[in-house]
Design a protein around this ligand. Structure first.
Ligand code: TGC
Ligand code: FAD
Length: 402
């Protein structure tokens, strides 16, 4: 076997390389996957990177405009089949999430909630009429969806939800409050999970229905370039045709979470990569004691350790993606990826911040923004503690949640 250095096998003497070349990332992907990745990377570079620091600082996001642009590239509900969706592989979807989150977790959130939560719920549990009505418009980004599971008193334990749907003649009447809902104030349709006499059910609620209000949650120190809202349902009257007929228990919303959690397995690796690349570039140009700080052993140890964890996270994401495209993933396997990759991405962001010194706390560099965003990512879609317990349950057979 040849040991000749090639484009994919950097020699120690060949000058600085990049983490992706060192890890031979390209060799893990096929042509189509590399093409999708490069397309999304280019979009992030041209459309997100120039403005994200300012959006973040102002706490705003042009969600409607961006949704149409993301939709035109086929990124909304991209792994779903039919109804205007691109029908890509899970790996391709994951790579898109990775590139979007290298831009900002808030952009990946917009796409996750639209495609993996709201559209997936309609696709998996909706009637044919609901799918025809909502999905093509949502795939194009002309209609935005949100997903209301969490309530003020029930976050990790959604089984306790108080939002109620009660029969009134042929209609349903919904009352309750959902909180921390991504896309809530910009949504055209809210997928709302509510308790009925027969168990938990899902409803596609047009947000112009009388009695529905959405209030934007401000004062966030994390995910500032993302719309987060409280939804209030005050005697919201809906026809039976708004109920998702295939959703008959808590299993339905939890199934949707698997999809969005999978996107985070990849997405968090993107945030980590952006922090690592930023730190590497900074370390090569920042001079102290008459030399680049990248020349000091302590800095090199940080860069090497970050590269290892980034590489392991990428490999885990690809492994889980290939399994999802093969015979499928169990929820606890998604938990392995979400727990590890978000935890390591935060560690990488914090280490990268130390390499940037004082500059690391500014909006001029993306590192502190990613670190702050990842605090939300650690909590939403199941906290790190919940995923630890899911893995613990799988290993021991004993559920330790209650
Ligand atoms: P448990 O009794 O274990 O389960 C109830 C039923 O659901 C089934 N199930 C699942 N099915 C599919 N996928 C999963 N991940 C599932 N987990 C459980 C289970 O088999 C059972 O089915 P059946 O037919 O026997 O009834 O339920 P539990 O009440 O004990 O709770 C288990 C626990 C703690 C794991 C679950 O409640 C949980 O995952 N909690 C975390 C809540 C969470 O992640 N919320 C996320 C809200 S959405 C969000 O954060 C969006 S952020 C998006 C963004 O901006 O990017
Ligand atoms: P809690 O459940 O109150 O947990 C607080 C702490 O207690 C955590 O550390 C938790 O792990 C720990 N804990 C709880 N129970 C246990 C236990 N049994 N054992 C050990 N530790 C435990 N929700 C939606 O439905 N839709 C959305 O679109 C959405 N978007 C979000 C966007 C953002 C920016 C954020 C921050 C959240 C969003 N969420 C959304 C809500 C998110 O899913 C919840 O915040 C999350 O599930 C945790 O719930 P909680 O915040 O109420 O925390």
């Amino acid at each position: 076997m040849s040991t000749r250095p090639s484009q994919h096998t950097p020699s120690q003497n060949a000058g600085p390389t990049t983490p992706d070349v060192l890890l031979r990332v390209d060799s893990l992907l096929d042509d189509e996957e590399r093409q999708i990745r490069d397309t999304v990377r280019a979009l992030v570079k041209s459309r997100i990177a120039p403005d994200i620091a300012s959006w973040y600082e102002k706490g705003e996001l042009p969600a409607r405009e961006l949704a149409v642009e993301l939709g035109s590239l086929g990124l909304l509900g991209m792994h779903l089949q039919g109804y205007g969706c691109a029908g890509t592989s899970a790996v391709a979807y994951g790579l898109a999430c990775l590139e979007l989150e290298a831009g900002d977790s808030g952009i990946r959130s917009l796409v996750s909630v639209q495609g993996s939560l709201a559209m997936f719920a309609l696709h998996a549990f909706g009637s044919e009429e609901q799918k025809q009505h909502w999905l093509p418009e949502m795939a194009a980004g002309r209609k935005i969806g949100c997903f209301g599971l969490t309530e003020p008193d029930f976050g990790s334990d959604p089984a306790g939800m108080r939002t109620r749907a009660v029969r009134s003649g042929d209609d349903w009447v919904l009352n309750g409050t959902k909180t921390w809902i991504t896309n809530g104030s910009v949504a055209d349709v809210a997928i709302v999970w509510a308790r009925t006499d027969d168990g938990i059910r899902g409803f596609a609620v047009p947000t112009d229905t009388p009695g529905f209000t959405a209030r934007t949650i401000t004062s966030k120190m994390s995910l500032r370039a993302s719309v987060t809202s409280e939804l209030v349902l005050d005697d919201v009257r809906l026809p039976e045709s708004a109920r998702l007929p295939g959703a008959t228990s808590l299993r339905a919303p939890l199934s949707c979470l698997n999809e969005a959690r999978f996107g985070i397995v990849f997405g968090s690796v993107g945030a980590a990569r952006d922090c690592l690349e930023t730190a590497l570039s900074y370390a090569q140009s920042r001079m102290q004691f008459d030399r680049p700080i990248g020349g000091f052993q302590l800095t090199q140890q940080k860069l090497a350790d970050m590269t290892l964890e980034y590489g392991k996270g990428f490999l885990l994401a690809i492994h889980l993606g290939r399994a999802k495209d093969g015979d499928g993933l169990a929820p606890e396997q998604v938990s392995l990826g979400k727990l590890n990759n978000v935890r390591e991405a935060i560690a990488i962001a914090r280490t990268a911040r130390t390499i940037l010194g004082a500059s690391g706390i500014t909006g001029e560099y993306p590192v502190m923004r990613h670190a702050n965003n990842l605090e939300s990512v650690l909590t939403y879609e199941g906290t790190s503690e919940m995923h630890t317990l899911v893995i613990g349950q799988a290993l021991t057979g004993t559920a330790a949640f209650r």
